[in-house]
Design a protein around this ligand. Structure first.
Ligand SMILES: Nc1nc2c(c(=O)[nH]1)N[C@H]1C(S)=C(S)[C@@H](COP(=O)(O)O)O[C@H]1N2
Ligand SMILES: [Mo]
Length: 318
């Protein structure tokens, strides 16, 4: 995020080259008719060929009242335009560099101020609640936005089971640290591992999504498989990918982007058109694939969270 200016991302970057094929088409193009047919039915789960994706269809999705009815951004756009600095600072590269990232087996540690420290397997976490499809607006601090049918359930379902102590006021989320799989972690672009945090009431808000899928299937690796956050009223960087640790704390966590540039990225990072980034305006945004910019809405249009911040100076707590 420090590297490119928010404004005017060339459209060549938004629709990159050959990557603009979806996974089924790729398999067809590779001449793997059988695998392509399996993928079309959503039953593909193969380790090879190397470029085959392993997203699986998620059945019985519940609809969510939180979904917007705005036009959904094409899946190929969302899955090929990623901020994922563990892989690369270039947005078209995580899709290529994450194809072999191992998302199973996967454990998530529950730590800090909880009645009992524990470690949960991803497959048990996914059974905590029915999978919902939530079509959310998602606004990057850089000035672009997307509309995505994410799949998951409220993070509160996990927090209830983690049973935090009364003194826990914040929740910290940590991304996997594995430079052998994540080439970006061999470089000092950020302090690894990537850490994010929410205040407890933000984390418990029903809009805050514990996410494991999008567009009907499990997440592509470049979008944060096997488990990420989606906090739709905050800038995208609050939504940490590939989470391996959830820690409950009394003190406000230091999130990675705040540590990296405290004057540019705050802890709260609520979408706010009235608070400019020091190097660019936040008043407007460009939906990927659209030409004209649109006004950015307070809390990204999720007015139901306003009461979480009543009485707070959101210029100070940006
Ligand atoms: N671990 C990790 N999580 C991350 C990031 C990252 O670099 N590493 N980038 C963030 C930013 S800046 C954005 S905009 C979103 C992008 O999510 P998407 O690629 O699924 O659209 O992921 C966020 N989560
Ligand atoms: Mo972002």
């Amino acid at each position: 995020m420090l590297i490119k200016k928010a404004d005017d991302i060339p459209s060549s970057e938004i629709t990159p080259k050959s990557l603009y094929l979806n996974r089924r088409k790729f398999l067809v193009a590779a001449g793997l008719a059988g695998a392509a047919a399996a993928a079309a039915k959503g039953i593909l789960d193969i380790a090879s060929p190397e470029r085959a994706y392993a997203e699986e269809k998620i059945p019985n999705l519940q609809k969510s009242p939180f979904s917007t009815n705005e036009k959904i951004t094409p899946e190929q756009t969302v899955a090929n335009y990623n901020n994922y600095y563990e892989f690369s600072t270039e947005k078209d590269e995580p899709a290529k560099l994450a194809t072999k990232f191992r998302t199973h087996p996967w454990k998530v540690k529950i730590e800090g101020d909880v009645s009992k420290k524990q470690e949960w397997d991803i497959d048990s976490i996914l059974k905590f609640a029915p999978a919902e499809e939530r079509i959310y607006r998602h606004r990057c601090v850089e000035g672009w936005s997307i509309v995505v049918p994410w799949i998951g359930f409220s993070l509160s379902e996990l927090i209830k089971r983690a049973d935090p102590l009364g003194k826990a006021k914040f929740v910290e989320f940590t991304t996997i640290l594995d430079p052998s799989q994540m080439p970006g972690q061999t470089r000092n672009v950020l302090d690894w591992p990537y850490v994010e945090g929410l205040r407890m009431d933000e984390a418990m808000h029903p809009l805050t999504l514990l996410c494991f899928g999008m567009y009907g299937t499990t997440l592509p690796n470049q979008d944060g498989a096997p488990l990420r956050l989606v906090v739709p009223w905050k800038y995208g960087f609050k939504s940490a990918k590939a989470i391996v640790r959830i820690k409950f704390t009394e003190k406000q966590p230091v999130n990675t982007w705040n540590r990296s540039a405290p004057n540019e990225y705050g802890f709260y990072s609520n979408v706010n058109p009235n608070v400019d980034h020091p190097r660019w305006s936040q008043k407007t945004e460009r939906r990927l694939g659209e030409f004209l910019k649109r006004p950015t809405l307070m809390f990204n249009g999720y007015d139901q969270v306003a009461s979480l911040y009543s009485g707070m100076d959101l210029k100070k707590y940006f």
